[in-house]
Design a protein around this ligand. Structure first.
Ligand SMILES: Nc1ncnc2c1ncn2[C@@H]1O[C@H](COP(=O)(O)OP(=O)(O)OP(=O)(O)O)[C@@H](O)[C@H]1O
Length: 306
């Protein structure tokens, strides 16, 4: 069994972590874009990496993919240091990058068939086309597809090689709501087959739908990591009860016993309180709290140093 150490996201019995990161650093001149990250991702897990623009997510992911060299720390991806990953290792990972490659003149099926040829054990091209919902566009040139349809081709190219580990960098940007839901189904089926998935996204609902765990990177540091429904800690999840008093004044109380509070307000007001709401913080609310408190801490550190 794997035991996750709170606060670091490392796995204690590590026999089969898909990704293992220790003390990872990446400096661009004086900027520490990644500033000492420790994280493990278990095999078969879907892990969502969250964080504001410029936080260091893509830098971290590109180091794991072998596209970027690190400045310090240790990294192992499927048991291999990505800085030394050979073709056999590359065939075991799938990548859907943020910006799509140039489409060229090939049709959807031609492009997928070509990519399938690069892998030892590819998926069936037509099955993949169906999985990403592009059957009707299989004979269309990629260059003639809409932005969202091209994104589906990117996803298809990422999974054609039957990867053990799939990197998805903001995969559903530009998808319409129905396409996003279809994509989530596809990811769930890949997960059911045992694929490990590292998802970077700004859509918190996507993280909540797909992620087993999530980590929040801010300013190059992993400020929180845990099961999606534990992120931010118990305190951040305390519900808010809101209602209007008899005179119209708005009251708001945070309590982990909302039913008890509502009962006492009803008894006191002698009936249904106006505008009554019990609000449970969403993942987005919790994420925004984390971002704000990390920003405030960084500000305090700067003040202390000044
Ligand atoms: N090649 C580079 N040279 C210099 N600085 C870079 C380079 N690549 C990234 N950075 C800087 O490193 C920091 C982290 O960037 P990164 O792309 O990892 O962020 P991100 O979390 O993926 O952001 P986004 O959500 O906008 O994609 C940013 O401040 C960025 O400007």
């Amino acid at each position: 069994m794997e035991i996750t150490t709170p606060g670091t996201g490392t796995i204690e019995s590590d026999a089969d972590a898909a990704v293992r990161i220790r003390g990872l650093r990446k400096d661009y001149g004086r900027l520490a874009a990644v500033d000492g990250i420790d994280l493990d991702i278990a095999r078969g897990e879907t892990f969502a990496l969250l964080g504001p623009n410029g936080a260091g997510k893509s830098t971290t992911v590109e180091i794991l993919e072998g596209y970027r060299l690190r400045s310090g720390g240790d990294v192992s991806v499927l048991g291999v240091d990505p800085a030394r990953g050979d073709l056999a290792w590359k065939a075991r990972i799938g990548i859907v990058l943020q910006s799509a490659t140039e489409p060229g003149t090939a049709t959807v099926r031609e492009q997928l068939r070509q990519f399938a040829g690069y892998y030892p054990n590819p998926r069936d091209v037509d099955e993949v086309i169906a999985a990403v919902g592009l059957e009707e566009k299989a004979r269309t040139r990629v260059a003639k597809l809409s932005g969202g349809q091209r994104r589906r081709v990117d996803v298809a190219l990422g999974i054609i090689g039957r990867p053990e580990l799939l990197f998805l960098d903001e995969p559903t940007t530009g998808f319409d709501p129905e396409a996003r839901r279809e994509f989530w189904q596809l990811i769930r089926s890949l997960k059911a087959e045992g694929t490990t998935i590292l998802l970077t996204t700004h859509y918190l609902d996507e993280a909540a739908q797909l992620g087993d765990r999530a980590g929040v990177i801010i300013g190059g540091r992993l400020v929180d990591v845990g099961a999606i429904d534990e992120l931010g800690g118990a305190e951040a999840r305390v519900p808010i009860v809101r209602w209007r008093e008899a005179g119209g004044a708005l009251r708001e109380v945070r309590t982990d016993r909302p039913a008890e509070l509502v009962a006492s307000v009803v008894a006191r007001l002698g009936g249904e309180p106006e505008g009554l709401e019990v609000i449970r913080p969403s993942l987005e609310d919790i994420y925004l709290q984390l971002v704000h408190s990390a920003g405030a801490e960084a500000h305090d550190r700067e003040e202390a140093l000044a």
